[in-house]
Design a binder for this molecule. Structure first.
Ligand SMILES: CC(C)(COP(=O)(O)OP(=O)(O)OC[C@H]1O[C@@H](n2cnc3c(N)ncnc32)[C@H](O)[C@@H]1OP(=O)(O)O)[C@@H](O)C(=O)NCCC(=O)NCCS
Length: 175
């Protein structure tokens, strides 16, 4: 993997493992992608991920030290299928696209997946991002299904559930 001690060095950028210090850049890029977060949010999440060997967080760094992209992949263990690697988040800043940075991040995650002896790398890309689908297809990924993604919001921790039959729209008492 293009990891600590084995950085991929190119004339324009390099791919390396993320550090806690990257939190500010990661947050700014995430916000650009449509997942707003603060530096503190990113630092808290990075802190957990960096300690877990089944998580890979890479960044693309320019020669001046500016981080212009990140990729988070994870080794997934599921009951129904063999272990696989999934790309959970991936962005290159709009100003730096089209220079091969995204492709290099993908190569790095593929190398990591091979080292973890998995047979498949998955990614779920939004249907409306047609260029992203093409980007992956050019790199050998194939669409295998489309899904509905559903979510159920839970009351905040500490909220007391309303008794059965209670009326009102709060659904519970906030503690
Ligand atoms: C998908 C993404 C990470 C690719 O990053 P990138 O650094 O532009 O990737 P590359 O430069 O390696 O490849 C981009 C491709 O688009 C072409 N391209 C050229 N100019 C481009 C530009 N200004 N912007 C984007 N792509 C451009 C490149 O030639 C390249 O073509 P190829 O697939 O034939 O190699 C980036 O576009 C992005 O962050 N998109 C928005 C978020 C997103 O979709 N993330 C993935 C979520 S699953």
């Amino acid at each position: 993997v293009l990891a600590a001690g084995h950085p991929r060095v190119s004339p324009t950028f390099r791919i390396r493992l993320a550090k806690l210090d990257d939190a500010e850049a990661v947050a700014a890029l995430s916000t650009e992608l449509g997942y707003p977060q603060t530096r503190c949010d990113a630092a808290r999440r990075l802190d957990g991920l960096l300690a877990d060997p089944d998580q890979l967080v890479l960044v693309a760094e320019m020669p001046d030290g500016i981080v212009v992209g990140w990729l988070h992949a994870q080794l997934r263990h599921e009951l129904a299928v063999e272990r696989f690697v999934e790309i959970a988040g991936f962005i290159v800043g709009a100003a730096c696209r089209g220079q091969g940075i995204g492709g290099a991040l993908i190569e790095s995650v593929l190398a990591w997946a091979r080292r973890r002896a998995v047979a498949e790398v998955w990614v779920r890309a939004r249907v409306e991002r047609a260029e992203t689908k093409t980007f992956y297809e050019r790199r050998g990924f194939r669409v295998i299904k489309q899904q509905n993604v559903l979510v159920k919001r839970l009351p905040p921790a500490g909220a007391v559930p309303a008794p059965a039959g209670a009326t009102g729209d709060s659904g519970g008492v906030r503690g």
